[in-house]
Write a protein that binds this ligand. Structure first.
Ligand SMILES: [Zn+2]
Length: 521
């Protein structure tokens, strides 16, 4: 990629004085006059707060780089790098740069600050990252915090830095005894790490989460043919993107599952099946005196699975193998949307729901699983830059709740000042979930498979008449990590698809407006 990047190189310390001066006066007069003598003033590193301007807004950027990561022709055309001349105004007598804590790089004409330790830590040369395993060969703590670029230059669209210090403990650096370490950074890398938005967008999956109600889901519901899902990678990529945005998709015309379980093949298109005490996959049908409410014909309310695990599965498959009973419709609700609505009405109630612990358990059949978690879980601050990214997942599984114990401050429920606020929040959430206007209902037919986010989308089924026919579903789980990995890999393979996809743009804009986010960084 480097060879085709446009370069605006500034010759620095190792260049001649003449070219240095000429470049300075031509491009950046405002950076003072250039002198090759050491400045009488102590050198002051540029203030990052003044220098970084994070713009344009996320919506101006919107469809351009969803998943990113792999360079391609479209990316190569226009990343222009330049090291501002002012970095070198206090050049040292022997032609080296003065110590600084960071380096300023203009990317496409905009200035960005990169911390020296960050850059040294990110070196991907073959002595820093094993070319075969792609594993890093030193630790961050090996880097002297006073490290700075001895020399830096831009050429062929790469930023090249020669470092002031070697890594003392690194065996790698032993081989470089007589030489200083050079690191190379492509324009794409620097651009991806220039702002919070670009770094999240380049390293994670797409940030869009499109909250839905019945009306939206009826319009946006996504079906993929089994053949396409299994054999057409681009169609799979589209399906997974939709799943990522809405948390719910359907596969149709899945082969008969009576003889051969189809769920392993469906699941392993994305990642490994997550084995639980229910098995690799499991079958849901009406069994008298069942140990689990799912195996009865009773109405099974909206819930999530396995919240009594430390790591509940992120993705659930339900393949309808047989369905001839009366009733038994499946329905789904977007729990994140409900939480978002509460946040929009009362931040206090919402906050309590993010803190108050709810106990979940499975205590039956010689097993006793138990885990405690708040109802709403937020993303970490480093990923939380958009109102729709704020919520990470929801925990809601009334059939598996254990008695409450203490609040988040260790007070017994009877003495907890938060308890009533928490209950108010639970009521409000439940009202949102149970409102038919928020539910998407569908009667699964033989050969249908629904795939949904278990940490976001609640699932349920209506009661059915067990005597009226047969009903049999086969289910399986996949961890969300495997799903996200698959999304990233497919996005790397089909970057153009992601770039052109503006799914959900209008909904996102609408939600952002509710929070007064018109521009943010
Ligand atoms: Zn290196």
């Amino acid at each position: 990629m480097a060879s085709t990047l446009r370069s605006a190189a500034v010759r620095c310390a190792n260049g001649s004085k003449t070219s240095f001066t000429a470049r300075a006066s031509a491009t950046s007069r405002r950076y003072l006059s250039i002198s090759s003598r050491p400045s009488p003033q102590p050198f002051r590193a540029p203030n990052p707060r003044n220098a970084i301007k994070l713009q344009p807004s996320i919506f101006n950027n919107f469809p351009t780089r969803q998943f990113s990561t792999v360079a391609n022709d479209a990316d190569q055309k226009a990343i222009a790098l330049e090291i501002p001349v002012f970095q070198f105004k206090d050049i040292l007598p022997h032609g080296e740069l003065p110590p600084t804590r960071n380096i300023k790089v203009n990317i496409d004409g905009q200035p960005f600050i990169f911390d020296n330790v960050f850059l040294r830590d990110s070196c991907t040369c073959s002595t820093c990252v094993d070319p075969s395993t792609q594993q890093k060969l030193f630790t961050t703590s090996d880097i002297p915090t006073e490290i700075y670029p001895r020399r830096a230059r831009v050429s062929e669209g790469n930023l090249k830095i020669e470092w002031s210090h070697r890594l003392p403990k690194s065996a790698v650096e032993e081989s470089l005894k007589n030489d200083f370490h050079w690191s190379y950074y492509g324009g794409e890398f620097l651009k991806n790490h220039a702002t919070p938005i670009s770094s999240v967008k380049s390293n994670m999956s797409d940030f869009r989460r499109i909250y839905w109600d019945k009306k939206i889901m009826e319009k946006e519901v996504f079906w993929i043919e089994y053949e396409d899902y299994m054999k057409n990678e681009l169609e799979l990529a589209k399906a997974l993107r939709h799943l990522s945005f809405y948390g719910l998709i359907f596969i149709r015309n899945v082969p008969d599952g009576r003889e051969v379980d189809q769920v392993p093949d469906l699941a392993e298109r994305i990642g490994n099946l997550k084995k639980t005490f229910y098995g690799d996959t499991w079958t849901v049908k009406s069994i008298p005196k069942s140990k689990n409410i799912a195996y009865t014909s009773l109405d099974l309310g909206l819930h999530m699975d396995l919240l009594y695990f430390e790591s509940p599965p992120g993705l659930q498959f339900l393949h309808c193998v047989e369905n001839t009973v009366t009733g038994g419709e499946s329905y789904f609700a977007d729990a994140m949307r409900a939480a978002f609505m509460i946040q929009a009405t009362s931040q206090q109630v919402f906050n309590t729901l993010t803190q108050f612990p709810v106990n979940f358990h499975y205590h039956n059949d010689a097993k006793h699983y138990r885990f405690s978690r708040p109802t709403i879980v937020m993303k970490s601050p480093s990923e939380n830059y958009h109102p729709q990214l704020g919520i990470d997942h929801i925990n809601w599984a009334p059939p598996f709740q254990a008695p409450f114990t203490m609040d988040h401050n260790g007070a017994m429920v009877s003495k907890s000042p938060q308890w009533r606020t928490f209950l108010k929040g639970m009521n409000q959430l439940n009202e949102q979930f149970e409102n038919p206007a928020n539910q998407y209902e569908y009667l699964l037919k033989e050969g249908d498979c629904v795939v949904f986010f278990n940490r976001r989308v609640l699932h349920a089924r209506r009661g059915f008449d067990a005597e009226s026919g047969k009903r049999r579903l086969t289910g399986g789980y996949v961890d969300i990590d495997a799903f996200e990995s698959a999304c990233r890999v497919l996005a790397e393979r089909y970057p153009d698809h992601g770039r052109q996809d503006t799914t959900g743009f209008e909904y996102l804009t609408e939600h952002a407006k509710q929070f007064g986010y018109t521009q943010w960084s």
